[in-house]
Design a binder for this molecule. Structure first.
Ligand code: GDP
Length: 139
């Protein structure tokens, strides 16, 4: 067991559908502590930079358009094994394949509009936290 931090984003569809409160309740019920939070409307450049690893993928331009289409809530969560535990709570990328009870199964409408991002490794979590937050913004 190790205390970790991970980055999560409630994506534009989750904010627009009014899922923010339900999703934060899921974080807190699962012993995640919120260490930082900010509401942002990403520019295309900011969304593109965040997802730069996917720039060669066929869905990249759609993904950037979607992620900059409306406000998002970006949070840093802390918990034991936060990275893998959050990924488990999120469910599979494609909500049709997500397990019952996961956030994506409950709220997502497509493989693109899947409500939530979560870092996929501790190393990426550190990079992604640094993308959005400076040291003063983390408690
Ligand atoms: P994640 O780690 O589960 O979020 O999945 P990935 O890192 O593979 O993909 C990043 C994001 O790109 C996903 O969360 C989706 O919003 C989007 N995405 C992934 N695969 C597809 C796809 O096949 N088509 C489209 N349109 N979007 C996708």
């Amino acid at each position: 067991m190790s205390l970790e931090r991970t980055l999560t984003i409630i994506k534009p569809d989750g904010v627009e559908q009014g899922n923010v409160g339900d999703i934060i309740q899921i974080f807190e019920k699962n012993q995640f502590k919120i260490r930082a939070a900010k509401m942002l409307h990403l520019t295309g450049a900011a969304a593109g930079g965040f997802y730069a690893v996917h720039r060669e993928r066929p869905f990249y331009s759609d993904l950037v358009r979607y992620m900059s289409s409306g406000p998002v809530l970006v949070l840093v969560l802390e918990a034991e094994n936060a990275v893998s535990r959050l990924r488990d709570l999120m469910g599979a990328t494609d909500p049709k394949k997500a397990s019952e009870g996961t956030i994506r199964k409950r709220f997502a409408t497509s493989i693109e509009k899947n409500v939530i991002h979560g870092s996929d490794s501790e190393e990426n979590a550190k990079t992604e936290i640094g993308y959005f937050f400076n040291a003063l913004e983390l408690v």
